[in-house]
Ligand binder design. Structure first.
Ligand SMILES: NC(=O)c1ccc[n+]([C@@H]2O[C@H](COP(=O)([O-])OP(=O)(O)OC[C@H]3O[C@@H](n4cnc5c(N)ncnc54)[C@H](OP(=O)(O)O)[C@@H]3O)[C@@H](O)[C@H]2O)c1
Length: 305
């Protein structure tokens, strides 16, 4: 597995991250096999959140990996906070409480990265800064980032927060690529020109913030997987054609498409199938040509101006 620096930090991370939101669908033996496969593939970066499975995903993971000091040093753990029932909460108290809960469930005394999960309308940047300072000085969190935030929201945080934002986790897949399309269609009078995110892609590139595409295989908001889906015949035909050329699976090509973008993204996979996880990891070795990248983009129904 290729590695890269996360954001502007010195943390060397695999280019494919393993999302653990669905790990509670596995039994103990399956979960053990899943994390073992990930480690064998060099996919030692695991993405969590305090809310996944109501906390059970972090617990199942730490049991499955048989967490101890030796294992802990070999893996990179990221978790998120800020989503609560019926609200978002970036208050100092909630951030600190959430991290303590994650550390307990993950059976560790530090997170490599903490992300603020979804923008809180009532955010007070000064409070976030206080929480981050406490977490950093106590050694509980080493790096900080955000998720689902636009450039101005990150700028607002930066007013008070002194730690660099190393990552922004955002929904992005071949079929959910509006952040790419708005850049291609600047100033056009068509739907793809609509800039929904304040040019977050360019902002992250300019500021060395690693984009972590979440749901890399979904279309819509968890409507389903586009791979092998009759709703996307042209896209699947194109992906299959390119997969045959590289002698890899269609799953590999979907991840390779994200990795080909020069923003140096780190896709977060969601599969709990060990074979598919291996296919996702293989994308690390596939470098699509410009023609292939645009061919896939167009086959998904995106038109060039
Ligand atoms: N920051 C946020 O707001 C946010 C939101 C959502 C998710 N996330 C993170 O992103 C991760 C990924 O999200 P996701 O689970 O929605 O991602 P995904 O990889 O797009 O979807 C995974 C789901 O698709 C299924 N699938 C079917 N065919 C597949 C194929 N050919 N290749 C891959 N998967 C296929 C998987 O089933 P099998 O298990 O049977 O393969 C699994 O149920 C999560 O685990 C979480 O860590 C973050």
């Amino acid at each position: 597995m290729r590695t890269m620096k996360l954001g502007n930090s010195t943390l060397q991370a695999p280019v494919v991250a393993v999302g653990c939101m669905r790990i509670n669908s596995l039994d103990k033996t399956q979960a053990e096999a899943f994390v073992q496969t990930a480690l064998e593939e060099g996919a030692n970066f695991f993405d969590h959140a305090d809310v996944y499975g109501g906390g059970t995903c972090e617990e199942i993971f730490s049991e499955a990996i048989h967490m101890n000091d030796d294992i802990r040093e070999r893996i990179i753990l990221q978790s998120k906070c800020g989503i609560r029932k019926g609200m978002f909460d970036f208050s100092k108290e909630h951030i600190l409480e959430s991290v303590d809960g994650s550390l307990k469930r993950l059976k560790t005394d530090y997170l490599d990265i903490l992300l603020l999960h979804r923008p809180d309308a009532l955010v007070e940047p000064e409070e976030v800064a206080q929480a981050f300072d406490i977490l950093e000085s106590s050694g509980k969190v080493r790096h900080f980032g955000v998720s689902n935030q636009n450039p101005m929201q990150m700028q607002l945080l930066k007013k008070s927060v002194k730690q660099p934002i190393v990552a922004n986790q955002l929904q992005l897949s071949i079929t959910n690529a509006s952040m790419i399309s708005s850049g291609i269609n600047v100033n056009m009078e068509n739907d793809p020109a609509v800039n929904r995110d304040g040019s977050v892609l360019d902002y992250c590139r300019l500021n060395d913030i690693t984009i972590q595409p979440w749901s890399p295989f979904q279309f819509g908001f968890f409507e389903g997987v586009f791979i092998g889906n009759d709703k996307f015949p042209e896209l699947n035909q194109k992906i299959d054609e390119i997969a045959a050329k590289y002698e890899v699976s269609n799953t590999t090509i979907a991840i390779a498409w994200l990795l080909r973008h020069p923003a140096r993204m780190q896709p977060v996979t969601g599969t709990m199938n060990t074979g598919r996880l291996q296919d996702c990891c293989k994308a690390s070795d596939v470098h699509l040509t410009r023609e292939e990248w645009y061919g896939i983009y167009r086959a998904a129904g995106n038109k060039l101006p």
